[in-house]
Design a protein around this ligand. Sequence first.
Ligand code: AR6
Length: 172
Amino acid sequence: MTWKEHVEIVEGDITALDVDAIVNAANETLLGGGGVDGAIHRAAGPGLLAQCRALDGCLTGQAKITDGHDLKARYVIHTVGPIWRGGSHGEAALLASCYQTSLALADAHRLRSIAFPAISTGVYGYPWEGATRVAMTEAGAYLKAEGSIERLIFCCFGRPMFDLYQRTLAAA
Ligand code: AR6
């Protein structure tokens, strides 16, 4: 088995996925927002916000875990992607760190399946191609090292993002 066989690319709404954990592209407050963050909070219900309040925020590039509440997913891993400021402010390293710290948390909880949205590619403005390369590089590094995750899902919102992920995986 190569690492690529553990990667799935799907198109749709991440809140509907039946996996051990979905990852939230949050902001440093962890108190909700728009985009995928808003969708996750709506689907998970008010218990998620109550649990997030106790976390005291999260730094960019880091991750924290909560329960999934009303979601099918058992856990939500909240990570804070970098805001794109031209590319020379450590954005790529911070984005890589989002994937690394999320996967380390998943490992610490012995999770077997995880779904990621395309972190930072919405409101935070990270160019899609660069963000997708980072996501795939970190997926490959993690899966080659053989942690607890057996299914690593990239959940793309819309066909163009789905196609980009497929091309990036093929080229990786
Ligand atoms: N399922 C999967 N992906 C989604 C969904 C969904 N339901 N909804 C949106 N996306 P964004 P960011 C995609 O803006 O750029 C929030 O307000 C979307 O198409 O959600 O990291 C936070 O509170 C895009 O490809 O997150 C922060 O303030 C990707 O998810 C800020 O936005 C990420 O878009 C974070 O910005």
